[in-house]
Design a protein. Structure first.
Length: 151
């Protein structure tokens, strides 16, 4: 078996449901169109300088595969044990932490957990009907669309 660190150079090819990346190995060896192995139900397109493990199970680099390709500077850190995250190169992240879900897109967040849900954003727009089975508490002004103050 042969294995090496791999750094992706930005060249990507998609063919017949598979992804092939090109880049450089540990000793600056060049590799083209190496098949990237991804888990079922997941798709990503790595950015240049992402790193992974180049592995050739039979020692033949013509039969090599890439696994674990991610960018070390874009990868989130500091999550507690048992957590999971889906993230992109722009800092957007979906985190599963404990009994909750946190969606953070450019510092606009939605936090859902078994106790309460919190949405932090400059504006929240709902297109469609809203049915409320409980109390409505507002700390600001309630303005209706037709100007008759709810009458």
């Amino acid at each position: 078996m042969r294995a090496s660190l791999f750094e992706y150079d930005g060249r990507i090819k998609e063919e017949k449901g598979q992804q092939f990346l090109s880049g450089r190995g540990l000793y600056n060896d060049g590799y083209s169109d190496i098949r990237r192995i991804e888990p079922h139900g997941f798709y990503s397109s790595p950015i240049a300088k992402s790193q992974g493990l180049l592995i050739a199970p039979n020692g033949n680099m013509d039969e090599a595969y890439l696994i674990g390709v991610d960018h070390p500077e874009k990868r989130p850190s500091g999550l507690p044990p048992g957590s999971a995250a889906l993230y992109d190169a722009n800092g957007n992240i979906i985190k599963l932490i404990g009994d909750g879900l946190v969606i953070d897109m450019q510092s606009n967040t939605i936090t859902l957990n078994s106790g309460a849900w919190t949405i932090t954003a400059p504006t929240v727009t709902i297109n469609g009907d809203v049915q409320l089975n409980g109390n409505l508490v507002a700390s600001g002004t309630i303005i209706d669309g037709d100007g008759n103050n709810g009458a």
